[in-house]
Design a protein around this ligand. Structure first.
Ligand code: NAD
Length: 385
């Protein structure tokens, strides 16, 4: 039986809405039955029709969607949130309180306080909360995680992670660019555009693969584009649990860079390198030996990695498949919760509200360091359960 879902945001022309819709359909586990895709009643109605949503279930606002859907016998069981950052907290909080599962786009909220509140509500409700740090759905990212856990790198010494894009090298927000308009508005994006938009993804990818948490950091934030109201570039040094050193670069002004997410991990026995623009390959190197290029879908990979490969070896898998892996596990977790098991008992790899809390603790510490002239700031287990 498909799980009925409703979507908030992700309207026509939105960046990430269509990806969510492809991903939720990928395994036939969900059916999109309701939506408040935009704030305009008319657009929402027209758009809902193109998606085959029943007229009665195309809502003028997310509040109406929640209120009406919980009254229906065939009402939705989960909400997908694909709106700008400043709305995530109130929508997710109301959805959890209404007893719905949540698939929320990142970052989970615009402050650590809001993120902690969502974590409390998730715990009280017992509902499943997934957060789309979707890069962790790639087969070769999962392979990298397994290799680190199996000791292929030995003790981790150095982590280099970067998410450097160039799309906002010009002041797009001043000429009505849809995505730039809210992303460069500190009220809507949160305390630092580059850290909220890209830094949280890089931070999560590093934690997912290495298992290392940030113990302390120092930060240099910049706003290169004249007139920009928020940061568009961030350089951080990090001290990580287990004694490793880390460096994170996030940028929206790396002129000419496309979607430059990249991770390199060096241990005392070997190293790994992965790039999201060539996602099906993982490079494994050991000093004095030839480089190994591991490719998605092959039998020599871990079971977890092979399970995340949706098309045969040699065929490229991409962004949608990685996203679909999170949706498949979200469906598994919802089914498990219906059987009375808690989502924490499952073998789920999707990011959760706890990862959202870690992300906001990281962002707020980074900003404190910057404001303190780039001095080292200790995270002191901020956001820990
Ligand atoms: P966007 O501006 O392209 O689209 C936002 C959509 O939400 C629009 O359709 C808008 O009409 C709608 N919307 C805004 N407020 C609403 C409300 N109150 N009720 C209903 N609909 C509303 O933004 P985007 O780039 O798609 O980003 C949306 C979210 O997804 C952000 O939080 C962003 O950080 C995240 N995102 C994640 C990824 C990823 O890889 N996981 C990629 C891009 C964006």
């Amino acid at each position: 039986m498909e799980i009925a879902v409703g979507m908030v945001g992700g309207g026509p022309g939105s960046f990430i809405g269509e990806t969510h819709r492809h991903a939720l359909r990928y395994d036939g586990r969900f059916k999109l039955q309701a939506g408040a895709f935009t704030r305009s009643v008319e657009t929402n109605d027209e758009f809902g029709e193109t998606l085959g949503i029943d007229a009665a279930r195309r809502y003028g606002s997310w509040r109406d969607l929640l209120a009406e859907e919980v009254r229906r016998d065939d009402g939705i069981e989960a909400v997908i949130i694909a709106t700008p950052n400043d709305t995530h907290h109130e929508i997710a909080a109301a959805a959890l309180d209404a007893g719905l599962h949540v698939m929320c786009d990142k970052p989970v909220a615009v402050s650590l306080r809001q993120a902690l509140d969502l974590r409390d509500r998730q715990r009280r409700s017992g509902r499943v909360f997934a957060l789309t740090h979707n890069y962790t759905g790639y087969a070769m990212v999962r392979q990298a995680r397994e290799m680190v856990r199996d000791g292929a790198l030995g003790e981790i010494r150095i982590v280099q992670v970067e998410f450097a894009q160039g799309w906002a090298s010009a002041p797009l927000e001043q000429s009505g660019h849809k995505q730039a308009e809210w992303r460069m508005d500190p009220v809507r994006v949160g305390p630092s555009a580059v850290l909220m938009d890209l830094g949280t993804h890089a931070h999560h990818l590093m934690r997912f693969v290495t298992g290392c948490e940030v113990e302390a950091l120092c930060t240099d934030l910049r706003s290169f584009v004249p007139g920009r109201a928020t940061n568009d570039d961030a350089h951080l040094l990090m001290r990580l649990t287990g004694g490793a050193s880390g460096q994170l670069w996030a940028s929206m002004v790396a002129n000419g860079n496309g979607h430059g997410l990249r991770l390199r991990v060096y241990g005392d026995a070997g190293s790994l390198a992965w790039k999201q623009e060539i996602p099906n390959r993982l490079i494994y190197r050991r000093e004095g030996e030839p480089d190994q290029v591991l490719s998605k879908g092959n039998d020599y990979l871990s079971e977890t990695s092979r399970a995340a490969s949706r098309v045969g070896g040699g065929h490229p898998g991409g962004f949608i498949e990685a996203f679909a892996n999170l949706y498949r596990e979200f469906a598994d977790a919802i089914e498990a919760s219906k059987r009375g098991e808690t989502s924490a008992d499952g073998p789920w790899l999707f990011p959760t509200v706890d990862d959202g809390v870690a992300g906001l603790a990281f962002v707020e510490a980074a900003i404190r360091s910057h404001q303190d002239s780039g001095n080292w700031i200790s995270l002191n287990g901020e956001g820990d359960t």
